[in-house]
Design a protein around this ligand. Structure first.
Ligand code: ATP
Ligand code: MG
Length: 373
């Protein structure tokens, strides 16, 4: 029986949040995940590392998940999944095919006793002890916004756009190629490292100055990034400061991160709008970039002056600060909920799954899974 820090893990439930870039794994009732690992496996056939979310079809996904969950349990959790309950934190917007295959792998391949599925936006509020907030998740693939009102997700008001780390990585690649005259062939992990170590979100005024033909501002210092063991890449001050700008630049449909938030607020009843604007919770690893939240606030106030949002009748925006780091706020919510007795009533047992051969849909009112209370 594995023992960590004097606590036996035998009676704890494994809590897993499988993100498109990183998977957070730990035990119920704990304050942080035991590990955060890349959501990828080494494929023995092709001798390549494959991201789980880049699956070709459901059969391919099944094989990838079997390998990945094996690593999660036998390399990191160090317990056998057989006849144990598992808690999965997942986005309400995650593809049905993914959750169906995931359930099949857990129930049929690993024979877990039950699965407790928790919607990530909703459980993120557990650490704050509030029931109403606008949850903005800026992770790897996309930014998603879902209002949670009185403990219920208002799914009809959701907003999602591919404005997250994946786009920022491609932006760094393009900017590096233009600055180094197309000589750069660097992989995603290096791009991520450059982003986390060297880049930050700048202020609105400085971002506007960079757009001028002859910027008058003093750029921040360039950085020599060691690369390949022998050479180094020059990361210019401009690149360091402007890579996150794509989150705030409106696309052809006049959509960006700040308009998503305002549109989500606009889609709820008038009396809830002010409450949501004053209870914003930003989660997801991308939001950990220095300057991210203060810039987002600046952008929200700027957008508020546009005629499209005059009818919002909101004057103030307030952000909550979660007791966890932003990248595992949802996981922490899962760990809190799974430590309550709700797990006994709300879990889907293996017997039920084998009888019905499906797991209930979040949006299906008949299944009544979406509310936790
Ligand atoms: N301190 C940091 N500064 C900037 N970016 C960060 C920081 N820490 C993590 N990130 C970025 O956050 C991203 C991962 O965030 P997160 O773990 O929320 O994504 P995910 O849950 O895997 O994705 P999704 O929720 O979209 O499925 C990575 O691209 C990582 O580079
Ligand atoms: Mg996530």
């Amino acid at each position: 029986m594995p023992i960590y820090e004097g606590i036996t893990t035998e009676k704890l439930h494994v809590v897993i949040d499988i993100g498109s870039a990183y998977t957070k794994l730990g035990f119920s009732g704990e304050h942080a995940p035991r590990c955060i690992i890349r959501t990828e496996v080494f494929c023995k056939k092709t001798h390549k590392v494959r991201k789980i979310y880049d699956y070709e079809d459901k059969y391919d996904l099944y094989d990838l998940l079997v390998d990945f969950i094996h690593i999660l349990y036998f390399k990191y959790a160090l317990i056998s999944p057989k006849d144990k309950p598992v808690v999965i934190v997942e986005s309400l917007l995650s593809p049905t095919q993914f959750r169906d295959v995931l359930a099949k792998v857990f129930f049929k391949h690993y024979e877990v006793s039950s699965i407790y599925l928790l919607p990530s936006h909703l459980v993120s509020l557990a650490g704050l002890g509030i029931e109403t907030a606008l949850v903005v998740d800026v992770g790897y693939k996309e930014a998603t916004v879902i209002p949670i009102c009185f403990g219920l997700p208002f799914v009809h008001s959701w907003q999602a756009l591919p404005l997250a780390s994946q786009s920022i990585h491609s932006n760094i690649k393009t900017l590096l190629a233009s600055e180094n005259m197309g000589m750069v062939d660097i992989n995603e992990n290096v791009l991520e490292d450059i982003k986390v170590r060297c880049c930050f979100v700048t202020t609105k005024t400085r971002a506007q100055s960079w757009n001028e033909t002859k910027p008058t501002i003093t750029p921040c210092p360039d950085v020599e990034y060691p690369y390949n063991g022998k050479s180094s890449l020059k990361i210019s001050g401009k690149l360091r400061e402007t890579v996150y700008e794509l989150l705030y630049v409106e696309d052809n449909d006049h959509q960006c991160l700040s308009t998503m938030i305002l549109d989500a607020i606009l889609n709820v009843n008038l009396d809830l709008r002010k409450i949501l604007a004053e209870n914003i919770l930003v989660i997801g690893g991308t939001a950990m970039a220095p300057g991210f939240k203060s810039r987002l606030k600046e952008e929200l106030y700027k957008q508020l002056k546009c005629t499209a949002y005059e009818k919002l009748k909101v004057n103030d925006f307030k952000f909550h600060s979660s007791p966890s780091l932003d990248n595992y706020t949802a996981w922490l919510g899962g760990a809190i909920y799974s430590h309550t007795e709700l797990i006994q009533f709300k879990s889907i047992s293996r017997e039920d799954y084998l009888r019905e051969n499906r797991i209930p849909d979040w949006i299906n009112l008949k299944d009544n899974q979406i509310s936790l209370l």
